[in-house]
Write a protein that binds this ligand. Structure first.
Ligand SMILES: Cc1ncc(COP(=O)(O)O)c(C=O)c1O
Length: 394
């Protein structure tokens, strides 16, 4: 049978994730005996805290293995609501008597599912969603799979998606503006004033501001203001209308558990809840108990260690190229020095030959002038890899 004929256009026109393609290549090279330091992986390398693992195992043994409410298990929802009240001032409705459709917080199968459901809930064919460039790889496809158009906001060279950059892109077809702070691949954190300006702009234009804050806990002291994480959720104008998306995978090292949540306008969350009923059904049941316990674990010292790793990368590379200083996440998006005359892909190939895996910038952007480093390996390996990369830039 000609199976290719059966494939839908929406799937056929998508390219497989560029990051996965790099990893497939890494597997082949490693099987041929090539030694590689992998700075490509977008997940932390610390072991999951014993308390978190135990809570998930206990939940399995206590038979929490069946379907759970679509919006999430009450224990996790309550903990998330308390965290939100402290961090954003939001009062999230969790009334047990309220029908699911009146809740404004939904636990999802990873942050990816929250982004997906949000787009499915708001985008009609032809609608526009403004996304950053460079972007997290899912963003353009989450929009285009709904028949929408992802409109790129060029954030080079500092990777800040500011109101001044977004405003000229808003049209009558714009449904939403999607921001990401700290960002992937830049690690850049918006300050509170920048968040406030975006929230006010979206409120004025009647456009939904979606804030992907998956790395909120991965923000270094320099990215905080008076120790507080900047978010548009606290903005005086439009702050209460933000659709907030957060995740647990990166913060607690449980990316494979597939857990995140969305909170915000009841009308939108209700639509996402309906869509979840007919797609993901619910987020993984026992693991929701695991991350509920995770919220009692202090990740501060771990995050501080990543800040030290960021400094190792900058120490080696900043003398040779333009590096915007990341204040969060665990990435640096590095410009290939223009004098080398190489694209991100070409630099990636040279790095691979020299034994270091980085991701070409074109995977995250319409431009291919940069490459992404994930500093998710130990300090000694990171020193070695960074000095190899610096050598290639000389
Ligand atoms: C900015 C951003 N948003 C969302 C995600 C997806 O996270 P999850 O694994 O929770 O689906 C990622 C993962 O790399 C990310 O970097």
């Amino acid at each position: 049978m000609d199976f290719q004929r059966l494939v839908a256009e929406r799937s056929a026109k998508i390219n497989g994730s560029g990051i996965r393609q790099v990893f497939d290549r890494v597997e082949v090279l490693r099987s041929q005996g090539k030694k590689l330091i992998n700075l490509g992986i977008g997940q932390p390398d610390f072991p999951v805290h014993e308390r978190i693992k135990k809570a998930a195992c206990d939940a399995i043994m206590a038979d929490h293995n069946g379907y759970m409410p679509t919006t999430g298990v009450p224990l996790l929802r309550e903990k998330a609501a308390v965290a939100l009240a402290t961090e954003t001032g939001w009062d999230v409705n969790l009334s047990k008597d309220a029908p699911a459709a009146s809740a404004n917080l939904i636990v999802t199968a990873g942050t990816s599912a929250a982004i997906f459901l949000a787009m499915q809930a708001i985008v009609n064919p032809g609608d526009e969603v403004i996304i950053p460039d460079p972007y997290f790889v899912l963003y353009p496809y989450a929009v285009s799979l709904c028949g929408g158009k992802a409109v790129s906001c060029d954030t080079y060279p500092d990777f800040k998606m500011t109101a001044a950059r977004v405003a000229p892109l808003i049209t009558a077809r714009t449904k939403a503006v999607l921001i990401n702070s700290p960002s992937n691949p830049g690690g850049v954190v918006l300050n509170q004033k920048e968040c406030d300006e975006l929230a006010a702009l979206c409120a004025e234009k009647g456009v939904l501001l979606i804030s992907d804050e998956i790395y909120d806990k991965f923000t270094f002291a320099e990215g905080l203001e008076d120790g507080v994480f900047p978010t548009p959720c606290r903005s005086p104008k439009g702050g209460k209308d933000v659709l907030l998306i957060r995740g647990y995978g990166k913060t607690y090292g449980v990316t494979g558990w597939r857990l995140g949540y969305a909170a915000g306008p009841r009308t939108i969350v209700a639509e996402m809840t309906k869509l979840q009923q007919y797609s993901f059904v619910c987020a993984p049941a026992p693991l929701q108990y695991g991350v509920a316990e995770a919220m009692n674990v202090d990740m501060g010292p771990t995050i501080e260690r990543y800040r030290g790793r960021r400094d190792i990368v900058l120490k080696h590379l900043a003398p040779h190229t333009r590096c915007s200083v990341p204040h969060g996440a665990f990435y640096v998006f590095v410009e290939v020095p223009p004098r080398l005359g190489q694209s991100g892909r070409q630099f990636h190939e040279r790095a691979l030959e020299a034994g270091v895996v980085v991701i070409p910038g074109g995977v995250f952007s319409a431009k291919d002038t940069h490459f992404r480093i994930s500093y998710t390996v130990g300090e000694a390996e990171l020193e070695k890899a960074s000095s190899i990369l610096a050598g290639l830039m000389k």
